[in-house]
Design a binder for this molecule. Structure first.
Ligand SMILES: [Zn+2]
Length: 427
């Protein structure tokens, strides 16, 4: 069968060798890539894996550069009922470059391994729709890259070409949430963007593109890859007390966020180690995860927006102290993060139902999921149309809030079942 040859790491590449038909030969170059090289690799990868992949643009940067995403799914270009969607974003801060490279390698890796018959990768791609945006800030990257690893300072290239910090540029829905939480029936999802945001703020095209993206796909899990620390931070990023800028400020879904953060930190080679040398703040005694506002508070972040405007759980992955590591570090960093990235993708499929259940604490939703679960497992292959019809009937019922007692009973059973399932799969 297939075997793999890892060339010495100083060569900065991995070859997938001994492929008899000669068509699946991939070399991942563990070097930095310019914007045009990145576009080339993503497009080439998608064409090589065209049955499971495609590229698409979510918009353009200030200087007109493409914000190019690549998607992996058994049905690229379409949302399958019940198939969770996940997104991975790199390089939001243009000078935090490791995440961008890791995501380029990840795209190449997913394609190659799928073709090589790696069952784990095939399962992930067949059960999840994965969207990868390696660079959210290609303009900023260009500035940082022109200085290079040796000379890039702490902030050069961080902002976009309008000098806007993209992770402060999203609508601040968290303040709205804090103001409303004392009212009955307040919601922690699908909070609309207030008019004042459009009137008072310069909205970066990169921010706008990502907001549109979030609204266009039913993402459930997301990770934004940054640099400068070694920790996973999760919402809320804005402190619940205006005068306290280091205050623990959990969302109503604290448990889900913690589990998601742990999934990455525990699978990372060093993030959860308590003997790891840290960059300044110490997260070692917390297992390498932290609530965002407890670390430092800020408004207008992307993660809080994802959570409050849609139903997507986004964590911020701080990949390491060095925002612009030397090229020699890229391959070792890939090895440190590969398992964590894969675990994150697997988390979404094993705990998808649980995630949704936890999201809203609604019996109705659990009941719906239970029925969808049954229909998907027993009928999907044979009665796809029936399945879709059933789903739309239940959805209509949900909208009109006519939920029967039977549905509520099923709900409780499914709740227990999924919690159990999730606990088992987490062990
Ligand atoms: Zn950052």
């Amino acid at each position: 069968m297939f075997s793999r040859t890892f060339l010495p790491s100083e060569k900065q590449e991995v070859a997938f060798a001994n492929i008899s038909d000669g068509g699946i030969f991939t070399i991942i170059q563990f070097t930095y890539h310019t914007n045009s090289q990145m576009y080339g690799i993503l497009k080439k990868t998608a064409s090589k894996c065209s049955h499971i992949s495609q590229t698409y643009s979510i918009g353009r940067s200030v200087e007109g550069k493409d914000l190019l995403a690549i998607e992996f799914s058994d049905n690229p270009g379409q949302h399958d009922l019940l198939e969770p969607e996940i997104k991975l974003i790199g390089n939001m801060h243009g000078n935090e470059v490791l995440g961008r490279q890791l995501l380029i390698y990840l795209a190449q890796y997913l394609c190659s391994e799928y073709l090589l018959g790696n069952e784990r990768i095939q399962t992930v791609i067949n059960t999840t729709r994965i969207h990868i945006l390696p660079s959210m800030n290609p303009d900023g990257y260009e500035i940082a890259a022109s200085e290079g690893h040796e000379y890039n300072g702490w902030t050069s290239g961080r902002a976009n070409a309008q000098n806007l910090d993209l992770n402060r540029n999203f609508p601040d829905l968290t303040s709205i949430f804090y103001n409303r939480r004392r009212f009955r029936h307040f919601r922690s999802d699908h909070i609309p963007i207030p008019e004042s945001y459009w009137l008072n703020k310069v909205v970066a095209p990169e921010t706008y593109a990502v907001m549109k993206w979030i609204r266009s796909f039913p993402f459930v899990i997301s990770a934004s890859l940054h640099g400068g620390e070694l920790v996973i931070s999760y919402p809320f990023d804005l402190s619940r007390h205006p005068q306290e800028d280091r205050m623990y400020s959990p969302t109503p879904d604290e448990q889900i966020f913690r589990q998601l953060a742990r999934t990455y930190a525990d699978a990372h080679a060093t993030m959860s180690n308590n003997d790891t040398e840290r960059c300044g703040a110490s997260f070692a005694n917390k297992g390498g995860i932290t609530n965002g506002a407890q670390w430092y508070s800020f408004a207008g972040g992307m993660s809080d927006f994802n959570y409050l405007h849609s139903n997507c759980y986004e964590i911020t992955v701080e990949l390491g102290c060095d925002k612009f590591p030397s090229e020699m570090e890229l391959y070792p960093e890939w090895l440190r993060n590969k398992e964590a990235l894969l675990s994150l993708m697997e988390f979404v499929s094993s705990c998808f139902y649980w995630v949704l259940l936890g999201a809203n604490h609604k019996l109705q939703q659990a009941g719906l999921l239970f029925l969808l679960f049954i229909s998907s497992n027993f009928f999907k292959l044979i009665f796809t149309e029936l399945h879709r019809t059933l789903a739309s009937i239940i959805e209509a019922q949900m909208k009109s809030r006519k939920i029967s007692k039977i549905l509520k009973t099923l709900t409780l059973i499914s709740l227990i079942q999924y919690l159990y399932f999730c606990r088992v799969s987490a062990n």
